[in-house]
Design a binder for this molecule. Structure first.
Ligand code: FUB
Ligand code: ZN
Length: 621
């Protein structure tokens, strides 16, 4: 048996989301964000670049040299969407797109529209010849996204058209890169994840070996000399020696995800140890309370340990997605709920803020404080319809439809309930089809009901995550801590109280399950105050407010100007109330003249001042 993650996700297409929180967002992604992104890719020449490279139309390459990647990401999202719902028009549109991509591919498999359109007109960043400026060119980054899209497409439609393009390209890379070939690495990681997906799809070991090659070569200076800026690309040290997250946060997140993949697929202990060290560093010293990562706009990089400025936080939407992808993989590797705690924090906060309710406006950076003046969002201070570099919108399109794949996981006769999302999931356990009907108003309340449907009794270990936030621990490590205790967790099976038998953060229920058995979990959803390690200068003498998985914030539109300076008394009682008519339906937290809303919902009522970390007044009353 080849090695793999010990735990497998229950695939996104086996989990049908039916709740009031995520289902509308997935629908918006399908009906608005996806077609809108294709439209933008058309309007901005991203798609005609392929037709030009194919020689079907004339004209120069338009836009940024790595714009091919945006098209591939939207195609990946389209494939997931197609898997979830029959859509013949989308299917046909994708076929047309694939024909353009295939047309743009050179005879030997090379695919990079800017060079194919006119190799003599490429800017220096692209490199005079193929792969001669990998540090910058994104040649491998682009096709890494293409591999992901191609695998998603064949899995959704059974058609191999796109996969064949990907395989032809990967065969070329196998000829060109390797110990006896080019020993350079891409400046922006992504090819590694793509190659792992090709390996999984085809079982061809060479793709996995090439993914590992690209990882192993980092920091070894076998290609062009590593410059002083190598840390920006995580190319400053062999990856197995890295222990501090540095450099560009999206590149890092994709690389760490690939490291986890390779660790699982090869059982390489040094990869696992490095992944664990890097994770401890990010979560313990470099992650925002929203799950966002990346402290600086300049170079889009992590800061030093405990350097987490709020107003100038970068927290790119893509980096949130990369962080979610990585934490999911770390869970699959270790089976510990602490990784899902981080994933959940990212999902409901630092990721979700990145896309507006309409699915057509986006944040690129996701700061935790805004003065209402600085145009932090690439020249604006509200969500934008598109960007010159539109990596974030196109990442949202592919991430949302795959979200249901994060809800459940399985290891033989152990079924994990990771996220609380109203849904219906079908899982094969002990050779039997078992359906799980999850009903919940999460994140607005903490009651979760799981009904088991099965033709015959079946024994399995049902492990339901007990979130860190319900056990007094916002995030593993000491970076953040709650002021108040969390309340009581109640677990029942068929109306009978069940003791919490904890196993790596999950309540484990090993029993024979019968048709109609019902498990209920009540999580204590109280308003909780969060404090930060004092080494984070920006948060000293400040307090954040959470309820369940949600981080709250104060906007001037509710609180008047000066929210970043106004004080919240320690003794102030804070109440939570649901408002169906506000911001698509949200819980607000109020008290002492404050009205706080979920962070993800901020900036939906125009440009405004905002703060997550409020000034703390130790005075009572
Ligand atoms: O370089 C490709 C993408 O553009 C990165 O992932 C983002 O951070 C943005 O720089
Ligand atoms: Zn981005």
């Amino acid at each position: 048996m080849p090695h793999d993650y010990p735990i497998a996700p229950v695939p996104f297409y086996s989990v049908s989301v039916k709740d009031a929180f995520w289902a509308p967002r997935l629908e918006t992604n399908h009906t608005a964000t996806l077609p809108y992104n294709f439209q933008k890719c058309e309007e901005t020449g991203r798609i005609s670049n392929f037709a030009k490279a194919a020689g079907w139309i004339d004209g120069p390459h338009e836009g940024i040299f790595f714009n091919d990647s945006d098209v591939f990401k939207v195609m990946e999202g389209a494939a997931y969407s197609l898997r979830l719902q029959n859509d013949p028009r989308l299917d046909a549109y994708l076929d047309e797109m694939i024909a353009k991509v295939a047309g743009a591919q050179e005879d030997d498999g090379y695919l990079y529209t800017i060079r194919t359109i006119d190799a003599n007109a490429v800017p220096e960043r692209v490199g005079k010849t193929r792969w001669s400026n990998l540090k910058v060119s994104h040649e491998l980054y682009n096709v890494g996204h293409m591999y992901e899209a191609a695998v998603a497409h064949v899995q959704a439609t059974g058609k191999r058209t796109f996969l064949n393009v990907a395989l032809k390209n990967a065969e070329l890379l196998l000829k060109v890169f390797g110990p006896a070939g080019i020993r350079d690495v891409p400046g922006h990681q992504e090819i590694e994840i793509g190659l792992v997906k090709l390996y999984r799809e085809t079982g061809d070991q060479r793709f996995l070996d090439l993914a590992k090659f690209f990882l192993d070569e980092r920091g070894r200076a076998n290609g062009p000399m590593l410059g002083e800026d190598a840390h920006l690309r995580q190319d400053h040290k062999p990856i197995t020696e890295q222990d501090e997250a540095v450099g560009h946060a999206v590149r890092a997140g994709y690389m760490y995800s690939a490291m986890a993949d390779v660790a699982a697929l090869t059982s390489d202990a040094t990869y696992m140890a490095a992944s664990d060290r890097l994770w401890a560093n990010v979560v313990g010293k470099k992650m925002y309370v929203t799950g966002g990562i990346g402290s600086h706009h300049q170079h889009e990089v992590f800061g030093d340990n405990f350097e987490l400025p709020n107003e100038t936080a970068y927290c790119e939407t893509c980096a949130a997605i990369a962080n979610a992808m990585w934490n999911h993989r770390m869970f699959l590797l270790h089976g510990d709920a602490k990784y899902v705690d981080v994933l959940e924090r990212v999902l409901y906060n630092g990721f979700l803020s990145g896309v507006a309710f309409d699915g057509k406006h986006f944040f690129y950076p996701n700061p935790l404080s805004a003065d209402g003046v600085w145009a932090f969002n690439k020249g604006s201070n509200v969500r934008q319809p598109w960007f010159g570099c539109s990596c974030c919108p196109t990442n949202v399109v592919r991430f949302l439809p795959s979200l249901s794949g994060y809800v459940y996981a399985q290891d033989g006769d152990t079924v994990y309930v990771n996220l609380f999302v109203g849904s219906e999931a079908t899982v094969t356990v002990q050779g039997r089809q078992v359906t799980f009907i999850q009903e919940t108003r999460y994140p607005w309340d903490g009651n979760i009901q799981l009904t088991v449907k099965t033709d015959a009794p079946v024994y399995f270990d049902l492990r339901i995550r007990i979130p860190g936030w319900a056990q007094g621990c916002p995030v593993p490590g000491n970076l953040y801590r709650y002021v108040n205790s969390s309340g009581t967790i109640v677990l029942n099976v068929n109306n009978t109280s069940s003791a919490l038998k904890m196993n790596k953060g999950f309540a484990s229920m090993q029993r024979t399950w019968h048709n109609g058995d019902v498990m209920t979990l009540q999580l204590p959803m109280m308003v909780q105050r969060v404090l930060c390690d004092d080494r984070v200068e920006a948060n000293r003498e400040r307090v954040a407010v959470e309820r369940g998985p949600l981080v709250f914030c104060a906007e001037a539109v509710d609180n008047g100007v000066g929210v970043r300076e106004r004080m919240l008394n320690d003794s102030q009682i804070l109440n939570a109330d649901f408002h169906a008519d506000l911001l698509n339906g949200v819980m607000t937290v109020t008290g002492g003249g404050w009205t706080l809303i979920p962070y993800y919902a901020w900036c939906h009522r125009g440009n405004t001042e905002m703060a997550v970390w409020l000034k703390r007044n130790h005075e009572m009353g």
